[in-house]
Design a protein around this ligand. Sequence first.
Ligand code: FES
Length: 148
Amino acid sequence: MFNLTRKDFIRVLGGFFAAIWAAFATYPFFRYLMSGAEKKAGEDSQVTSLSLGKADDFIPGSSKNFKFGSIPALMVRTEDGVFHAYNAICTHLGCTVQFSSEKKHIFCACHGGQFDAASGKNLAGPPPKPLAVLKAEVISGELIISRA
Ligand code: FES
């Protein structure tokens, strides 16, 4: 059926490996070209503010993880009734942080990072700096989150 000579077989094999090499060599270039399109799509989805609904729906000591455009974000209503909002990307290696209503602080499950719920300041663990702050305000009974 296949009547390949040794020379033909080596040529086919060489062509196969050349195709694989070309795919690996050009992948970064195509990835670079595609990143521009992805970035543009991300910019289109950027928001400047959004509503989390009625402020009264969040009792003191509660929280909500949500998306601020394409960015993971976290809202915390501390025990004193004040609303706080942060970019929920951990400043260590980028995991998403959460609020612990038991321990009353924001934590990162990846490496044990801890942040103050009222300021976003890094308290313990490896995170080198505080969480980025978003603005949280109540307007006409609605909780509005916007860029600080
Ligand atoms: S990524 Fe959050 S503590 Fe490491």
